[in-house]
Design a protein around this ligand. Structure first.
Ligand SMILES: [Zn+2]
Length: 194
């Protein structure tokens, strides 16, 4: 199969829509069918690195939603569902992996390996990492300060997450022609979320 390393730098769901992901809106039956179809299409291989699930330690692949995001109209559209090995999945959701590390459920060695492996897949494919990915590398692997790492990512003109919390209440996701969106920022403020 043709691998798609560019999925490692596809944009993730903006925070106001965390509760409106397709798998939450459409439910577990839809999600398991979409995930199953993606796994069938790839002959049970990770879309990014091509490893077969039988060769992975966990013996399974993880479903992942790929989005088209319009930052002008604050609109997210589900493009497809793919399946990824745990390593590629964790590279895409690196912030979540770091939280798991802080909670003590994964080792520092594993976190660093995920980061190095993801970056090397990108480098082999001649794809620039996202600013955050480069910053994580400079801080965790090179011992740079957050400030210096950020400056470096900006100098290298890497893509910065375009989400602006000021636009919180405007974000919406369109699924099957129906719009779902976050509550107004005021409600979030009242709940102490912002
Ligand atoms: Zn993979």
């Amino acid at each position: 199969m043709t691998t798609r390393p560019e999925l490692l730098v596809s944009p993730s769901l903006p925070p106001p829509l965390y509760d409106f992901s397709p798998r939450k809106i459409k439910g577990s039956r839809w999600w398991s069918a979409a995930r199953g179809a993606a796994e069938h299409d790839s002959d049970s291989c990770c879309y990014v690195c091509g490893i077969n699930k039988g060769q992975t330690r966990s013996g399974r692949l993880f479903g992942h939603e790929v989005y088209d995001i319009n930052y002008e109209t604050f609109t997210v559209t589900l493009r497809e569902v793919v399946v990824l090995c745990r390593r590629c999945y964790n590279f895409i959701h690196f912030g979540r992996l770091l939280r798991q590390y802080l909670e003590g459920s994964v080792s520092q060695g594993y976190v660093r390996r995920v980061l190095r492996d993801g970056l090397s897949i990108l480098s082999r494919a001649n794809i620039k990492p996202l600013a955050m990915q480069r910053i994580h590398y400079l801080v965790l692997e090179q011992g740079a300060s957050q400030y210096d790492a950020r400056e470096c990512a900006i100098r290298e003109n890497l893509t910065i997450d375009k989400f602006d919390p000021g636009d919180w209440s405007q974000w919406k996701i369109v699924i099957d022609g129906k719009k779902y969106g976050s509550p107004g920022a005021k409600e979030w403020l009242a709940e102490g979320i912002l």
